[in-house]
Design a protein. Sequence first.
Lengths: 140, 202
Amino acid sequence: MPRSVTLLGIAAAAVAALGVVGFMPIQTLSHDEIFEIPKGTWARRMSGDKVEILPDHIRLTLGLRDILVLRNHDDVPQIFGPTLMMPGQSFRLPFERASEYQFACTAHASGQMTIIVEPNPATPWARIAWRVRELLHSPR
Amino acid sequence: MRHKLLARLNSPRRLAAAVVALLLVASVQAASSAQLKAGVFDPPRQAPDFSLASSAGHELKISDYRGKVVLLAFGFTSCTEVCPTTLNTFALARRKLRSAAADVQVVYITVDPQRDVPARLAKYLGSFDPTFVGGTGTEDQLAAVRRNYGISAEKKTIGNDYTYAHSSFTYLIDRTGRIRALMPYGHSPDDYANDLTILLKE
């Protein structure tokens, strides 16, 4: 088979794959973006470990992953994101509008935590970008 | 114990009734949490009590408002950005609730005791809604309240003046005095009215 035909076939397959990834509606099993304080975190911090659980920027997507869930599994109360959480307590914050939300957060050096809620990906390119980002951030 | 329970459910009618009751309880619990626009705590904890000077001229204790739904916010009367918007939102939400608003209490605790004496708090809050109550105290008293509620407040000097960067969210405390939810800054009066209506019905 000539090389040009093979390349053409590969290109066509790539375009077809992009088409599927871009046009196929995105469905998620859960809308939750979960962050957890593991047991023993306070003790680790007290012993000098720098434990970073919550990033200072969190990116959510409306209609797909738009609920921030924080859980404190440690034995002591902790400032987690915007709020104080008791041991064993969870906090579930839904977002209904795409926007940038600022929270004062003493757990971060900047004193701020930013949650960026992006609109639901409406175009094929936005869907491709979302799927790629999910793939890169999914636990291995 | 388990054996006795199973024995009681031995008739199909009783078993069906138990299943229906369980489904009803589960659906009511799910609905009451799922419909809130605010962030929900699970399990909710009791709101830590405090004793401060009230803008209404008496002692201010959060436990005095058991039986009402409380919106608890922290700020200062010289705040030009967050506080006026939040307090105006509370006032509009209360108006939307009409007669049910009688069971909603707004409690606003200052982070600036130097300027926010009770009379100043009363005048400021009264310009939004005469039912709003403010709380103030010593630096130490207010710091203790903030610590118990996970509130941050940082004083920032600007020339000869000063301002505060402070937590901008609002706690929703139910009729039994439990902190049920946290509403981030920027939500609409409709969102507050929605959540207050749900909590008032419990």
